[in-house]
Design a protein. Structure first.
Length: 118
């Protein structure tokens, strides 16, 4: 009876250990793919697009479709949504905002918005 319990425990331990090792290996493989994906050309194109918004200053225009932080954030969100669509909805894309005020740089209440893709 003890040997049956020992065998079962050994099998369970091996299954958990091997499953964990396999999961870590797959995770590392995915991370390598992510790291290798961006090309120098794509990064340069993204930077050029962001520069074309003229400014991304926190207090810049948030309503224009062509200039300022609002246009830049909408472009970034659209890019993440396009990437997510290309991978079957692998990313959740959303805005996170907070009102900042009372600092030297942002004296008046200002809605600061970040684009998040997870």
């Amino acid at each position: 009876m003890k040997s049956v319990k020992a065998t079962i425990l050994s099998i369970l331990f091996a299954t958990v250990f091997l499953g964990s090792t396999l999961a870590q290996t797959l995770q590392m493989e995915v991370l390598r793919e992510i790291g290798a994906a961006p090309s120098a050309e794509r990064i340069e194109a993204d930077i050029t697009t962001l520069v074309e918004f003229g400014t991304r200053h926190t207090l810049s225009d948030t309503t224009s479709d062509t200039r300022g932080i609002g246009a830049a954030r909408r472009w970034i969100k659209a890019e993440f949504e396009r990437i997510s669509a290309d991978c079957g909805g692998c990313l959740e894309v959303f805005y996170v905002s907070d009102v900042i005020e009372g600092t030297r740089r942002i004296p008046e209440p200002t809605n600061v918005v970040n684009v998040v893709a997870i």
